[in-house]
Design a protein around this ligand. Structure first.
Ligand code: HEC
Ligand code: HEC
Ligand code: HEC
Ligand code: HEC
Ligand code: HEC
Ligand code: HEC
Ligand code: HEC
Ligand code: HEC
Length: 210
């Protein structure tokens, strides 16, 4: 082959390569790697290396099993856990002395009657209204909703009807989320213990090893 032909061939190959490259590039657009492969979670003892990819691909878990959907919609809550579960966070239930539910305010400022909430309360009788938890236990059944369902139904349905007050899209207005450490420990170890796979709460070092 002459120098000239060699040059032509080289140019041809280059053109073909560039064309093929451009076509492939267009056909398979590079997707920004928005899913972390591994996450190093820093802890004062030893850090935790969480293998996101393995958990998701090999253990066949749905995103929402961890990025729990607080709005009920799938896949819309893939923020870092710490966006809500803060290091200095303290869990506050909605009710109870330190809760975010304001009984006085609901009666006086929002002008509600006792029966709006105390559905078994008969104002004609001597019976005093009781706390919901007197009857609605931690777990419910068909005939008797548990405390979570009873309150969610009652509280949220009124807020929706009146278009006032927090609903399912605003959990934090009724609850203060648990602190970061508890959120991780509870989620990671609960799944491991339920499925009998992966380190449980007794195996500190299997997670805190880095
Ligand atoms: C086994 C639990 C688990 C599963 C399953 C899971 N993730 Fe995650 N994901 C995490 C944890 C833990 C983090 C780290 C969060 C942090 O740093 O606070 C994370 C981080 C992320 C982040 C980065 C968030 C940020 O702002 O730093 C994105 C995006 C994400 N996951 C998307 C997904 C998607 C999409 C799926 C499903 C295809 C998925 N994840 C499945 C637990 C999980
Ligand atoms: C948009 C805010 C938000 C994000 C993001 C979020 N959570 Fe939550 N989480 C909450 C709220 C609100 C609750 C209900 C109140 C509570 O129990 O703390 C909750 C409850 C929980 C609970 C049940 C309560 C318990 O301790 O048993 C666990 C576990 C949990 N979250 C872990 C996580 C993990 C792990 C991530 C990240 C993969 C995450 N959360 C991301 C807001 C959030
Ligand atoms: C209108 C207020 C309100 C909103 C909004 C709300 N909750 Fe609740 N939730 C309650 C009440 C009241 C209870 C009853 C238990 C208690 O707090 O004492 C409860 C109970 C719970 C419980 C049972 C655990 C416990 O503390 O007893 C969980 C878990 C929970 N809510 C999660 C959520 C999540 C997640 C969201 C957002 C999708 C949410 N809640 C939105 C008022 C609310
Ligand atoms: C918006 C709903 C709502 C309205 C309206 C309301 N309550 Fe309550 N009430 C509750 C909830 C929820 C509790 C439980 C609070 C807790 O456990 O911290 C409660 C608790 C009580 C308790 C305490 C019961 C106990 O054993 O601790 C009394 C008494 C009470 N209410 C009386 C009334 C009276 C009287 C009215 C009307 C003037 C009224 N409530 C209106 C929701 C309401
Ligand atoms: C004296 C016992 C008692 C008390 C106190 C009580 N409940 Fe109930 N509640 C019941 C029983 C029994 C049912 C099931 C039968 C029914 O639907 O009336 C029920 C049902 C409910 C339901 C389901 C109704 C439906 O239409 O699906 C909600 C919501 C509810 N309660 C909320 C509350 C709230 C919120 C409080 C506190 C403010 C409360 N309950 C206090 C006994 C009680
Ligand atoms: C019958 C109607 C009704 C019920 C039932 C009800 N609420 Fe409300 N709630 C209201 C109204 C009205 C507001 C006022 C919203 C405003 O002014 O923007 C409100 C506001 C709130 C707010 C925000 C308060 C603030 O200062 O901004 C919280 C938190 C709340 N409710 C929690 C609860 C919880 C928890 C329950 C159940 C135990 C509950 N509510 C049951 C009607 C109700
Ligand atoms: C919804 C379920 C689920 C959740 C949530 C979960 N895991 Fe796992 N994890 C698994 C399963 C399944 C295995 C597989 C164990 C096996 O195959 O032996 C595993 C294994 C592990 C292992 C050992 C093997 C490996 O892959 O490194 C570690 C470490 C681990 N998980 C850390 C975590 C951490 C940290 C979190 C929380 C950020 C977490 N996991 C949340 C299901 C879960
Ligand atoms: C399944 C994995 C797993 C197991 C098992 C586990 N942890 Fe953790 N731990 C975590 C994760 C994930 C975090 C959150 C780190 C962060 O904040 O980014 C954490 C956070 C912590 C923190 C808070 C760190 C800080 O800097 O505030 C302490 C303390 C801790 N763990 C101690 C323990 C102890 C003690 C044990 C055993 C009894 C244990 N952990 C078991 C995964 C685990």
């Amino acid at each position: 082959m002459s120098d000239k032909n060699e040059l032509k061939l080289a140019v041809l190959i280059a053109v073909v390569c560039i064309a093929a490259g451009a076509v492939s590039y267009g056909a398979y657009p590079v997707k920004a790697p928005d899913l972390p492969v591994r996450v190093m979670l820093e802890a004062t003892g030893k850090n935790v290396l969480f293998d996101h990819k393995v958990h998701q691909d090999e253990y066949g878990l749905e995103c929402v099993e961890c990025h729990h959907s607080i709005t009920g919609k799938k896949g819309k809550n893939e923020q870092a856990c710490g966006a809500c579960h803060k290091s200095d966070g303290v869990f506050k239930p909605a009710l109870g002395k330190k809760g975010l539910f304001d009984h006085e305010e609901h009666i006086e400022d929002f002008g509600l009657s006792c029966q709006d909430c105390h559905h078994m309360y008969d104002e004609q009788s001597d019976g005093k209204p009781q706390a919901c938890s007197e009857c609605h236990m931690d777990t419910g059944d068909k005939d008797m909703p548990g405390i979570e369902d009873a309150c969610h139904k009652k509280c949220i349905s009124c807020h929706k009807e009146m278009e006032a007050g927090p609903t399912t899209s605003d959990c934090n207005a009724c609850h203060k989320p648990r602190m970061r450490k508890d959120a991780f420990h509870n989620q990671c170890t609960a799944c491991h213990e339920d499925t009998g796979a992966g380190p449980g709460m007794a195996d500190c070092k299997k997670c805190h090893g880095y």
